[in-house]
Design a protein around this ligand. Structure first.
Ligand code: XIL
Length: 382
């Protein structure tokens, strides 16, 4: 055998024996398997962070965030009601802290969100005239986007502008400014934040009608000569009912528009949904009943296995489209902190993420890692 062929053989068998992406390379310096390392050639692995995490009062989360994630999204603190509480007052305290945390953790911040109908400050409801509303709209976007230009990686410029049938949601923005408000928001963001990626973000936009609505929005922005860099599919799905086909079709259709696809708020809840759907409208609420909270005493193995399988299938899909999919952000770090314990029914016990209430990796974690490594490597060091 020629020396060159032999060298090639040795190299190939070394790659195969470590499961393509080397087990060692998927670990951090302490020998722990690390999500961000495992997927470092594929996509960013992000997490939404809450106040305790931003204020560094949660050492368990701090460790997980630094080991596994390389993108941070503020779960709430960049929303209007917190960052812009009164007409002429902004409060950047927590947002500035988050930017500092991002530097400390070497994890870029993905801003969420500039224009959204929920979690608005009370003063906005009182604005009467269209002129004043437009002033609020312009100043809100310009002030925040320019302050963080170069400090955040992206903005969800507009969040959840669509109804399920693909028409525009009747929000204060639509009512006061008309349907061009979305293009206008992107135009303002582009001007204020030339160095920041700009996304449209929504839930259920993998579903055909709503997807068509999102595509119409994106095309309209592009036709106006305004920049849009990506679309955010939120990804609040039920672990027993993930719409894989629609997700795949969406990645293809959105990517065909020349933009990146981000999964911005991924969590796969295990609990029944009162309306048997995947809408993630934060204003929807339902009554508590024990029947709707079946796993208060713990997550049964069969449910955990199903969730792990769904996560694995999703990640296999993301990997198939790794050229188009730029980021997977989980909506939280560990199960106990997930918004799905309180929404749409208060006081339930949900298990939607990859880490449990004791900050330990779940079956789903290992299955996700195994989409890239051998099972033995995935289990190392936990
Ligand atoms: C949620 C937060 O997780 C909760 O803490 C808050 O009470 C309500 O909002 N879609 C979004 C997110 O775009 O901002 C929402 O976050 C979840 C649904």
């Amino acid at each position: 055998m020629k020396p060159i062929t032999l060298a090639l053989l040795i190299a190939v068998s070394a790659i195969i024996s470590t499961g393509c992406s080397s087990g060692k390379k998927s670990m951090n310096t302490s020998g722990t398997v690390s999500l961000k390392e495992v997927f470092k050639n594929d996509f960013v692995i992000g997490a939404a962070v809450n106040n305790g995490q931003i204020n560094e009062r949660d050492s368990g989360s701090a460790a997980l965030l630094q080991t596994h994630f390389n993108g941070l999204t503020p779960e709430n603190i960049m929303k209007c009601e917190i960052i812009h509480p009164e007409w002429d007052r902004y409060d950047f305290t927590l947002a500035d802290k988050l930017v500092e945390l991002g530097k400390k953790y070497n994890s870029p911040v993905y801003g969420h969100t500039l224009i959204w109908h929920s979690q608005l400050s009370p003063f906005i409801q009182k604005i009467q005239s269209v002129d004043s509303f437009r002033t609020f709209f312009t100043e809100h976007i310009t002030t925040i986007a320019s302050r963080y230009d170069g400090k955040v990686k992206s903005w969800d410029v507009v969040n959840e502008a669509l109804n399920e049938d693909g028409t525009l949601r009747k929000s204060a923005f639509l009512n006061k400014l008309g349907e061009d408000y979305i293009v206008e928001a992107f135009r303002l963001a582009q001007k204020a934040a030339p160095n920041t990626e700009l996304y449209y973000n929504d839930y259920n936009i993998e579903q055909p009608k709503k997807r068509a609505g999102a595509i119409a929005i994106i095309k309209k922005i592009q036709a106006a000569g305004v920049r849009i860099d990506g679309v955010g599919i939120q990804g609040h799905w039920r672990s027993y009912n993930v719409p894989m086909k629609e997700i795949e079709e969406s990645i293809k259709e959105f990517a065909a528009l020349g933009i990146k696809v981000h999964f911005t708020e991924l969590d796969l809840g295990v609990l029944p949904n009162p309306w048997d759907n995947d809408a993630a409208d934060v204003n929807m609420k339902a009554e508590y009943s024990a029947k709707m909270n079946p796993y208060a005493a713990g997550l049964p193995d069969s449910v955990s296995a199903k969730q792990a399988q769904s996560y694995a299938e999703l990640f296999q899909l993301f990997l198939k489209y790794r050229k188009d999919v730029a980021r997977i952000t989980f909506w939280g770090v560990q199960d106990g902190q997930s918004w799905l314990n309180g929404w749409p029914i208060r006081g339930r016990t949900n298990y939607p993420l990859l880490f449990d209430r004791k900050y330990q990796p779940k079956a789903a974690f290992y299955k996700v890692v195994e989409t890239k490594t051998k099972p033995a490597d995935a289990k190392k060091s936990f």
